[in-house]
Design a protein around this ligand. Structure first.
Ligand SMILES: Cc1cc2nc3c(=O)[nH]c(=O)nc-3n(C[C@H](O)[C@H](O)[C@H](O)COP(=O)(O)OP(=O)(O)OC[C@H]3O[C@@H](n4cnc5c(N)ncnc54)[C@H](O)[C@@H]3O)c2cc1C
Length: 373
């Protein structure tokens, strides 16, 4: 006998959970399917930075703000610890300082500050590398991604009655009927949040969307003699990668200097993100390499580029690498967010960027409003 729901969500990553929350809050009976036993895709492998500053100007930035607010609310309700608040971008070069100072003139800079070197050294004594200043944004949150996914799913189940069907693959959506590896399920509507799996559901439609997959290296490290991060830490290499900064004219000069001085970092897509956990260890990343089928390897040479950049900011290299992992995520240079409607009662929601988790909860609200009116 088939079960009956108002909404089926395919995918138990952060996008799936966000859509489940928005639908459950509007009184719908929701079921979430995931082929894995728990979230184990990008949402469980990321450093868990919910970012605002650096997002593209306009609608995307407003979405990031809204999403961050829901993240904060969900974290409190689902007993997810917010490990860190705020983002410190260490400007290692005068060209970066110019970009960051120029950003302060935009309407996205509310609450942000740039501290020139002398002041920055006093305020952020943990950064012992060469620097021209530190930019501070108070808007970011950081959660420990893997446990956060499990806690949010448990809270959705307990507080909102969302049903979860783990280890269940959805192989087809036929009107209001889902074909799953454990039998059929009836749902009035379906949202597909399948992450970087573009080949199972609506593969034909997704094939025309310029999508690829990005592989990123991550490490967990520890400084023997301690290091206390003031917030999430980034550096010069992040600026050309974050559209909110990259779109400023000053970024051209920075990029030219980075191309001359750190070509290997650019070639491997390295942009520093370092986020501290409750036990003092740091989650550090990340590289970026594109391929339709990313290879499974994590070369030491690329990890070294990431650790070199951390050392340039902190002034020393961590002695202990506690673990290493790779993750993959959907990527589109043209369309960082995709909301497709392959049928009147079906939506495909895809975050095709390295910041998809940040936008997730606002996207969930938008899709559910679009689907149910
Ligand atoms: C290393 C790394 C660092 C990152 N850093 C950040 C960051 O700091 N901040 C940020 O905002 N973003 C970050 N990102 C990007 C972010 O993680 C992703 O954009 C986001 O997690 C995508 O969420 P998702 O739910 O769409 O995909 P996923 O988390 O991949 O979830 C998709 C789920 O769908 C399931 N699924 C797929 N097809 C089916 C099917 N047919 N039937 C059943 N189940 C199915 C999969 O098993 C999977 O669990 C990072 C990504 C990586 C890999």
């Amino acid at each position: 006998m088939s079960e009956h729901f108002d909404l089926a969500v395919v995918g138990g990553g952060v996008l799936g959970l966000a859509h489940a929350l928005a639908a459950a809050r509007s009184g719908r009976r929701v079921v979430v399917f995931d082929r894995e036993a728990r979230a184990n895709g990008a949402s469980a492998r990321m450093p868990g930075v919910v970012s605002v500053t650096g997002q593209p100007a306009g609608a995307a930035w407003r979405r990031a703000r809204r999403s961050r607010d829901i993240w904060a609310e969900v974290a409190a309700k689902a007993a997810v610890r917010v490990e860190q608040e705020g983002l410190a971008i260490v400007a290692r070069r005068p060209e970066s300082a110019a970009v960051l100072q120029s950003f302060l003139a935009t309407d996205m800079a509310e609450g942000c500050q740039f501290y020139p070197a002398e002041q920055a050294r006093a305020l952020f004594p943990e950064f012992k590398g060469e620097m021209t200043g530190v930019f501070w944004s108070p808007h970011e949150l950081r959660v420990e991604a893997r446990p956060a996914m499990a806690k949010i799913a448990a809270w959705l189940s307990e507080a909102h009655g969302v049903a979860f069907r783990w280890e269940t693959a959805v192989t087809a959506i036929e009107g209001g009927r889902l074909v799953t590896s454990r039998g059929p399920v009836v749902a009035e509507a379906t949202v597909v949040c399948a992450g970087d799996d573009f080949r199972t559901l609506y593969a034909d439609r997704l094939a025309g969307q310029s999508l690829t997959r990005a592989k990123a290296h991550m490490l967990r490290v520890r400084y023997d003699d301690g290091f206390e991060a003031p917030g999430v830490v980034a550096s010069d290499l992040s600026l050309p990668r974050l559209p909110g900064f990259a779109d400023l004219p000053e970024t051209e000069a920075l990029l030219a200097r980075l191309e001359a001085e750190q070509p290997e970092h650019l070639a491997h897509g390295v942009a520093l993100v370092a986020a501290q956990s409750a036990d003092g260890s740091l989650v550090v990343g990340a590289s970026r390499a594109f391929d339709a089928t990313p290879d499974p390897f994590q070369p030491q040479s690329v990890d070294d580029l990431i650790l070199d950049e951390l050392a340039a900011v902190v002034g020393k290299r961590p002695k202990q690498v506690l673990s290493r992992w790779t993750g993959t995520y959907a990527f589109s240079a043209e369309r960082p967010v995709l909301l497709d409607a392959p049928a009147p009662n079906v939506r495909v929601a895809l975050a095709a960027s390295g910041a998809g988790a940040s936008a997730a909860f606002a996207l969930g609200e938008e899709t559910i409003a679009d689907l149910f009116g």
